[in-house]
Design a binder for this molecule. Sequence first.
Ligand code: TXA
Ligand code: MG
Length: 321
Amino acid sequence: MSDNKAVHRAAEIIRRGGIVAFPTETVYGLGADAFNPLAVARIFEVKRRPSFDPLIVHVANPADVKRLVKEIPSNAKKLIERFWPGPLTVVLLKEEDIPDIVTAGLPTLAIRMPSHPMALSLIRESNSPIAAPSANLFGYLSPTTAEHVREQLGDQVDLILDGGPCSVGVESTIVSFLEEKPKLLRPGGVSLEEIESVIGKVEAHPIGEARPQAPGMLPKHYAPRTPIVLDWDKKNLDLLEDKNIGFLAFQDPKNYLKFQSIEVLSKKGDIREAAANLFAAIRRLDALDLNLILAEPIPEIGLGRAIMDRLRRASTKGEIN
Ligand code: TXA
Ligand code: MG
């Protein structure tokens, strides 16, 4: 089937109240018509989310935001102008007719305009904004290829659109505009530096807050099955000699000990490339039945902040023995 035909079919499924997995530049999403509460309910069922958790609504045109929210503060407008289409989500006060299941009863709505051409065509042809979380089971890593979606959700979704590997590889940056000062709810594909260069200082949110405003902020949200350890110490590595250990290297690994398997995120140490490879690399290591995955810390600049955020959430804290 050609890409165009696949998108036609997918849009028809969405219009009829079905659910479709589709590529975005960040990660694959699992989408339904945002104005069809039953279709949205099926997303929660398929993802096995233990409780309702608000979804991001995806639009194909910045002008569509007006119809979905009460007002657009000027700083939100500036970010939209600068970063859409792209990996930025804004949280604004919602219009009354947005179904409660989309926002989990919150008075606010998270919105973004993705840049992946297939996502944009799908939204346009569906004639409605598309509500979509990442297309993974609750608590697991987001998918960055159609194959990842197939493995986890396979026959439970009506169609999986294949748009190749996601170019950004980490989820969108979420900025809330509910209070006077914009607040970073989740670091992601647009760096904090880029955002602050447009609207000035943004309040960052500490990890592991007791009452997270975005469930993606739960400390253990992106966990693979194999324990990931981030704060390991070279000195202790010989204690692990008899264990099967994988190494998630940022760049050229120095062979500290015999790892069962090594994944290099970016040979040349490019942080963007590392972000694009992150989830697929963790999945490959996670499939090997290792005792442990050691991850090499990444400089926390640009997308490094989003990568380290996901690694911290995926990791087990504490001793490696
Ligand atoms: O890049 C992305 O954002 C991807 C692609 C598919 O667009 N989507 C994604 O969706 O990561 P999801 O559902 O996996 O994560 C959305 C996050 C959740 O942590 C959710 O709690 C938060 O956004 N969120 C959604 N609506 C919100 C709201 N009204 N206020 C605060 N947080 C919200
Ligand atoms: Mg998710």
